[in-house]
Design a protein around this ligand. Structure first.
Ligand code: HEC
Length: 107
């Protein structure tokens, strides 16, 4: 089991995305997609046009640093309702979510 995990880690690290950030597995991608729509959507709006949280449509995120946005997802924004997701997400998963939002989630 350990070897399988190690192998998976090596294979994923070798993926040529985001300068070394591993791409989540297809199964994990579906979970992240679901989480975006259910958990994030509950504040940011089911269509990400905004609600309690700011809009997360591509036109609102474009031009911002993807790394900084991923850090916002991991750490939250103190003093606002934006919670930290670090206990549920890795950095590369947060990066994947931001990239997903930038592509436009309806596609
Ligand atoms: C409980 C409500 C709530 C939930 C759940 C929530 N957010 Fe937020 N989020 C906010 C609020 C409010 C802000 C804006 C804070 C501010 O700057 O005033 C924010 C800000 C952000 C920003 C910064 C946007 C920008 O333009 O800089 C990102 C990115 C973000 N959220 C992503 C997410 C993601 C991804 C999830 C799900 C994993 C999520 N949020 C879940 C409330 C929430």
């Amino acid at each position: 089991m350990r070897n399988v995990l190690l192998l998976a880690a090596v294979v994923m690290t070798a993926a040529p995305a985001w300068a070394g950030d591993p791409i989540p597995s297809p199964a994990r991608q579906s979970e992240l997609d679901y989480m975006l729509r259910q958990d994030c959507g509950s504040c940011h709006g089911m269509t990400f046009k905004g609600g309690l949280g700011s809009p997360l449509l591509p036109e609102h995120l474009e031009g911002k640093s993807e790394d900084a946005l991923a850090d916002v997802v991991l750490d939250g924004i103190p003093g606002t309702p934006m919670p930290p997701w670090r206990s549920l997400l890795t950095h590369s998963e947060a990066r994947w979510m931001i990239a997903r939002l930038l592509r436009g989630l309806e596609q």
